[in-house]
Design a protein around this ligand. Structure first.
Ligand code: FE
Length: 133
């Protein structure tokens, strides 16, 4: 497993912008079609905006029609951890970075094959490092 990164709430507030802080550290969600990556098709790797861990390869990104960047798998299963989220009267699978614990989005069982999973992420939780194919 990657080495954990632990920061105090004050450290997070100082290093993230207010939108990122609300999403990454307070489980917020950006409005659909508002983030910077929902329609991005550039090749590269999506890093955690909280700690830089490589989370998703752009090759696994697909157009889910939801207005959030969506992937069918993380780069490695140990990069993204999940837990049951029962907030807002729904039961959903919450996803967070395994290294720094930052909230990324949710996972739904309606993705494309081969995984059948939809990792529905917030753009604010990600940072695209563009790389040539
Ligand atoms: Fe992280």
């Amino acid at each position: 497993m990657p080495k954990k990164i632990v920061r105090t709430d004050e450290e997070w507030r100082n290093m993230l912008d207010p939108v990122q802080y609300r999403i990454l550290r307070q489980h917020g969600t950006e409005p659909a079609f508002s983030g910077r990556y929902w329609d991005t098709k550039a090749p590269g790797v999506y890093l955690c905006a909280g700690c830089g861990q490589e989370l998703f390869d752009a090759k696994t990104k697909y157009d889910s029609g939801t207005g959030w960047p969506s992937f069918w798998t993380p780069i490695d299963s140990d990069r993204v951890e999940t837990e049951t989220d029962r907030s807002y009267g729904m039961t959903r699978i919450e996803a967070h970075c395994s290294r720094c614990g930052s909230h990324l989005g949710h996972v739904f069982p309606d993705g494309p094959q081969p995984s059948g999973q939809r990792y529905c992420m917030n753009s604010a939780s990600l940072k695209l490092e563009e790389r040539e194919e």
